[in-house]
Design a protein around this ligand. Structure first.
Ligand code: NDP
Length: 282
């Protein structure tokens, strides 16, 4: 498929999708860069995803972001999958390249790393042990990102043990089960919540941070609410913290560039726009 540079169309696809802030982010950049494109949300049930992907070219859709529950499903529907998406086992961005080939990538890895680089400079300069809560799709992107930055040990704490074993199979011996949380927290230079615990509407975060090293950076991928219980606990101990909104913004940037051909900027004014929207609960 070829589409003209102007009037390109992209969408975010999920089920449900009404909560997605992606249109707000991409439309902000379209306006800022003066691009006459469009970015909409589309509610697509899992059983309709393949039909959507097949129809993209005919509908003139240059690319799509995928969210729950499509990130893993879409992998079987795209011919060219880049190494990051393949290693993570999930894709959040598909697009037609210049030759008209539909391709898939995972920009959550970039989003996760760029957020920490921006909000906690030097976070990966010292020790190289991380503790990650969770073993789902987001945790896989986190582990891939940490290993790419030279982390030597990633301790996983997760409700179901089989998923920890799955991460170890995928990423190798640097990934271990965290065992006793207190000891893992004491060893960690970075702590990441990649579960849905603490998210609005999900179960609460109840884990104490006893033993956490004072030098550790604590990052929550949850961004609704922005200031989660985990971040409050870490701040009360004097640790540096990073919320999940920056990951959302930074994962969108490389997707936008693939859809619309220009590199957008993640700015404080964009962040404040999304913060205001989250506060309105829209
Ligand atoms: P998945 O459904 O793939 O994984 C969910 C994870 O949360 C699993 O580890 C699961 O454990 C754990 N979990 C869920 N409920 C409970 C519970 N009651 N008690 C203990 N553990 C629980 O989701 P994702 O990996 O895609 O997303 C995880 C989080 O990351 C979400 O909150 C999501 O919003 C956020 N996220 C944020 C992004 C950002 O840009 N900031 C990007 C992507 C995700 P188990 O394996 O035992 O089921």
């Amino acid at each position: 498929m070829t589409v003209s540079d102007q009037n390109r169309k992209a969408v975010v696809v999920g089920h449900p999708i009404a909560h997605s802030r992606s249109p707000l982010i991409h439309r902000h950049w379209l306006a800022e860069l003066g691009i006459a494109g469009a970015y909409d949300r589309r509610d697509v049930r899992p059983e309709d995803l393949e039909g959507f992907v097949r129809a993209m070219a005919g509908e003139g859709i240059a690319g799509a972001n995928l969210t729950i529950p499509h990130k893993e499903l879409v992998m079987a529907m795209v011919g060219q999958i880049d190494p990051e998406a393949r290693a993570v086992g999930a894709a959040n961005t598909i697009w037609f390249d210049e030759a008209g080939t539909l391709r898939a990538t995972n920009t959550d890895v970039h989003g996760f790393l760029a957020n920490l680089d921006e909000r906690a400079p030097g976070w990966d300069a010292g020790g190289k042990t991380a503790m990650v809560f969770g073993a789902g799709g987001a945790a896989r992107a986190v582990v891939f990102g940490l290993l790419s930055r030279g982390f030597e040990q990633v301790l996983i704490h997760n409700r179901s043990a089989e998923r920890i074993a799955g991460l170890r199979d995928a990423f190798g011996a640097a990934v271990e089960s965290a065992g006793a949380a207190r000891e893992a927290l004491a060893a960690a230079d970075l702590v990441v919540n990649a579960t849905s615990l603490g998210m609005h509407g999900a179960a609460a975060w109840t884990m104490p941070l006893d033993g956490l090293s004072p030098a550790a950076v604590v990052c929550d991928l949850v961004y609704v609410p922005l200031r989660t219980r985990l971040l409050e606990l870490a701040e009360a101990r004097g640790n540096r913290t990073v919320d999940g909104l920056g990951m959302l913004l930074h994962q969108a940037a490389p997707a936008f560039q693939r859809f619309f051909g220009q590199k957008p900027r993640v700015t404080e004014s964009l962040r404040q726009r999304i913060v205001a929207d989250l506060e309105r609960g829209a």
